[in-house]
Design a protein around this ligand. Structure first.
Ligand SMILES: CC(C)(COP(=O)(O)OP(=O)(O)OC[C@H]1O[C@@H](n2cnc3c(N)ncnc32)[C@H](O)[C@@H]1OP(=O)(O)O)[C@@H](O)C(=O)NCCC(=O)NCCS
Length: 269
């Protein structure tokens, strides 16, 4: 089932009690924190402050983007990531360090003997997203709905048969929506397992009704270990989350719009 989110939910999630204090963390093995940050909320004057949340390496990378819109979405995503880490774990944003795995997945470096927190970022035109949990593989994907796509042709080339048939059978009005619903789920999964697009997207298929995965090779992975959520973020974006979790009934996901005021306060003036 797709959840529609306009802004933050009523104050009933674990993130609503304010940032972590006293050495306690807000996420654990059964809690996922998921923020999305719409670019339209960010004013011109906010950019230097958001930029100051980035590491030196990230600032160098952001300065290399040719187009301002690419620099801005990169800055928003990485500021939201460091802000969420700070909010949930306590230490200041600039203190977090990452390593990069074989297929490019950044992993938070956690001191040995301490809990291993896992974070994943996504950015697209107009929106950034970041998801955080402890121990479990996690992936997030956000996509812009107005993106023009050759949905039928791409689905034929990249999706599983059942997904391709569903896309082709959808009316033109709803086609992009259905195509990107599959796409965001599939990207969230390949990002969670860390393989990115080196993982063939037709090796597994989603059922959108149940938000459930099946694998072409039944030995490849176990659907019972995966929890997926999919969201509509206002009129322009779709987002999906993938978490590998052995007991999904225990899992709680707090999804909300990133608190821009908090991020700007973190940066100071
Ligand atoms: C990971 C990948 C699917 C991202 O797709 P995307 O929709 O363009 O990007 P998103 O905005 O959703 O995610 C980008 C973020 O995911 C993270 N990321 C990068 N590689 C990742 C991976 N293998 N797994 C999980 N997350 C990854 C990074 O934080 C990145 O943001 P950053 O570059 O600003 O740090 C894609 O870039 C990829 O597959 N890269 C791996 C390279 C590869 O295997 N290429 C084969 C090409 S056929």
């Amino acid at each position: 089932m797709q959840k529609t989110l306009q802004d933050s939910p009523a104050d009933d999630g674990f993130l609503s009690h304010g940032p972590a204090t006293g050495g306690k963390t807000l996420v654990d093995r059964d809690r996922v924190a998921l923020w999305w940050l719409p670019m339209e909320l960010i004013g011109e004057e906010d950019w230097p402050r958001l930029g100051s949340l980035l590491s030196e390496e990230e600032r160098v990378r952001s300065a290399r983007f040719h187009f301002e819109r690419d620099r801005e979405i990169y800055t928003a995503a990485h500021a939201a990531c460091r802000g969420l880490l700070s909010y949930c774990l306590g230490p200041p944003p600039e203190s977090f360090r990452f390593s990069v795995e074989d297929h490019g997945k950044p992993e938070l470096i956690c001191p040995s003997g301490e809990p291993r927190f896992r974070v994943n970022i996504s950015h697209t035109k107009g929106c950034a997203a970041v998801a955080l949990t402890q121990d479990h593989d996690i992936g997030v994907d956000v996509e812009w709905l107005q993106r023009t796509a050759e949905a039928d042709a791409l689905a034929k080339r990249m999706f599983a048969d059942s997904e391709y048939r569903a896309v082709v059978a959808t009316s033109e009005v709803e086609k992009l929506d259905v195509f990107l619903s599959y796409w965001t789920l599939k990207e969230a999964y390949v990002k969670a397992i860390g393989k990115g697009l080196s993982q063939p997207l037709d090796a597994f298929a989603f059922d959108l009704e149940e938000t459930r995965i099946t694998f072409r090779d039944h030995m490849a992975d176990d659907p019972a270990n995966w929890h997926f959520e999919r969201y509509r973020l206002g009129p322009k974006h779709l987002m999906a989350l993938a978490v590998r979790h052995p007991a999904k009934e225990r899992l709680s996901v707090d999804t909300r719009q990133a608190p821009l005021g908090y991020l700007l306060d973190l940066a100071g003036s």
